[in-house]
Design a protein around this ligand. Structure first.
Ligand SMILES: Cc1cc2nc3c(=O)[nH]c(=O)nc-3n(C[C@H](O)[C@H](O)[C@H](O)COP(=O)(O)O)c2cc1C
Length: 214
């Protein structure tokens, strides 16, 4: 019988967030994605893996636009449908992007980023040694007020499934574009809520590092 392997993540002290490296603007318009680019789905699936070593190299805005569109962008403008499914179409998950020049929230309907906090908060998004070194960290945040009519357990379940779908979209885009990524549940929820300037009803659920491989 094959033994199940348990991966241990050694605890590391959290560093304070760094000041933003360049002036951040309030909105960043994202370029439209190339819809004919990338690997065939089966080839991307064959390359999907978790990576925990990153080069100190930025990611171009074109790539960031495609990454976020793949994650949860609008793929059917007529109906407002997204690339990831969402129970009842609540679309209750916001994607935050921690970049060297600030923390932004992705606004899929407007194809843009909204500046939330002009600080480099990448190293606040987790405990592992590569966190803060890669080009960016995504944080998936549940907007609780969006699904208030749903019983709490079901709301949590639906939100977790939606986050999983978004994270897998990101992983497949990364596999297709030769980027490195890992999803991370090991986060400090309270610290992240402060770093991202979240409201009381917003909960960080999962982080995902994205960068160039070493
Ligand atoms: C919900 C979830 C949380 C995870 N949290 C972490 C984490 O905090 N840190 C980490 O390095 N990997 C994390 N991972 C990645 C898993 O460790 C990884 O998927 C697993 O070891 C299998 O390796 P593979 O993704 O390369 O197939 C997480 C994966 C999932 C689905």
């Amino acid at each position: 019988m094959t033994e199940v392997q348990r991966i241990d993540y050694p605890p590391l002290p959290l560093l304070p967030s760094a000041p933003a490296s360049v002036a951040a603007s309030e909105f960043v318009d994202l370029p439209r994605p190339r819809l004919d680019a990338g690997l065939p789905l089966m080839a991307a699936l064959a390359r999907r893996q978790s990576v925990r070593e990153y080069a100190d190299a930025p990611i171009a805005l074109d790539t960031l636009g495609e990454l976020l569109w793949a994650a949860d962008g609008i793929n059917r403008p007529a109906s407002g449908g997204h690339t990831a499914p969402s129970a009842h179409g609540f679309n209750e998950i916001d994607i935050y992007v921690a970049l060297p020049h600030g923390v932004y929230r992705y606004e899929p309907a407007l194809d843009r980023l909204l500046l939330k906090h002009a600080v480099d908060a990448r190293n606040m998004t987790g405990y592992q040694d590569f966190v803060g070194k890669a080009a960016l960290d995504l944080v998936y945040v549940l907007r609780g007020s969006q699904a208030l009519g749903t019983p709490p357990r079901q709301r949590e379940l639906f939100a977790a499934v939606a986050v999983g779908a978004i994270a897998q979209n990101v992983s497949l885009y990364c596999a297709s574009e030769g980027l490195a990524t890992v999803v991370r549940g090991w986060i400090n929820h309270r610290l992240l809520a402060d770093a991202l300037r979240l409201n009381e009803d917003e909960l960080p659920m999962l982080a995902q590092t994205v960068g160039r491989p070493l």
